[in-house]
Design a protein around this ligand. Structure first.
Ligand SMILES: C[S@@+](CC[C@H](N)C(=O)[O-])C[C@H]1O[C@@H](n2cnc3c(N)ncnc32)[C@H](O)[C@@H]1O
Length: 239
């Protein structure tokens, strides 16, 4: 069954994940890809609402792919100049390569090693020799802790309050859970929705092993994650 957040709740998505909040992190991605030449094209896997692409598209022509047609609808509205394609990052094969491939938080939905390998292989076959692939998962096994966050947003027509609760029911596999509890207000009506997301949890060593196995030369850089903190993301070269 489709996740409500990327399906029926899409009209509220911008209240949970505002586009402006992607600017700092995308500045790091732009700095990384400005190190290669030529750098004209980018493929994003799991591009969602296109909030990353909004900051990238002035620098490279973006092709944006996602499993959810509704999320890509949001992206088309804010990035009409970009190419959009409904596709699963585990199986996409376009028969062409790009200067840069980006897999941001959508890759967090790879919750087994086989799925992670499949998505990383997709990135590899779409990266030109000498090109870059950037992998920026939300969490790593080493730093994961059960946690709770609260979000709120209003746009005058719709309002959202959300509790996000991440936990790991079975530390011996590669999956963890993020529970979302939403209260959503529209036209004076308020509804509640519980949405359970199964996500992946891999150690940095496991990430490196998968990236190396498919053929990437693995590097890292640091990205801002708010409150002055940073974490590590993978910036890989296809030899
Ligand atoms: C948090 S959203 C991404 C938001 C995005 N970073 C942005 O800039 O708007 C995560 C996305 O991953 C997508 N996704 C989950 N599993 C996927 C898969 N197997 N292949 C492609 N996209 C997937 C979801 O449909 C969702 O749109």
């Amino acid at each position: 069954m489709a996740l409500a957040l990327y399906d029926t709740l899409v009209p509220f998505y911008h209240l949970l994940d505002p586009v402006a909040e992607h600017a700092d992190e995308m500045a790091v991605v732009i700095e990384a890809f400005e190190g290669i030449s030529p750098c004209n094209t980018l493929l994003e896997l799991g591009a969602g609402a296109g909030n990353n692409a909004f900051h990238l598209k002035a620098h490279v022509a973006c092709t944006l792919t996602d499993l959810s047609p509704a999320m890509l609808g949001l992206s088309r509205a804010q990035n009409p100049e970009c190419e959009h394609l409904v596709a699963d990052m585990r199986t996409l094969r376009q028969g062409r390569t790009y200067d840069v491939v980006l897999a941001h938080d959508g890759i967090t939905y790879m919750s087994t090693l086989d799925d992670l390998r499949a998505a990383v292989l997709t990135a590899f076959v779409h990266t030109r020799p000498g090109g870059l692939a950037v992998f920026a998962p939300d969490v790593y096994r080493e730093t994961f802790e059960e946690s709770t966050d609260l979000y709120e947003g209003d746009d005058g027509t719709r309002a959202l309050r959300c509790l996000e609760w991440s936990w790991d029911p079975s530390p011996d596999d590669h999956a963890c859970i993020t529970e979302y509890s939403f209260l959503l207000r529209e036209g004076g009506e308020v509804v509640s929705v519980h949405d359970r997301h199964v996500e992946g949890l891999f150690s940095r060593a496991e990430w490196r092993e998968v990236l190396t196995e498919v053929g990437f030369t693995v590097g890292t850089t640091r990205r801002p994650i708010g409150d002055g903190e940073t974490d590590e993301i993978f910036v890989c070269r296809r030899p």
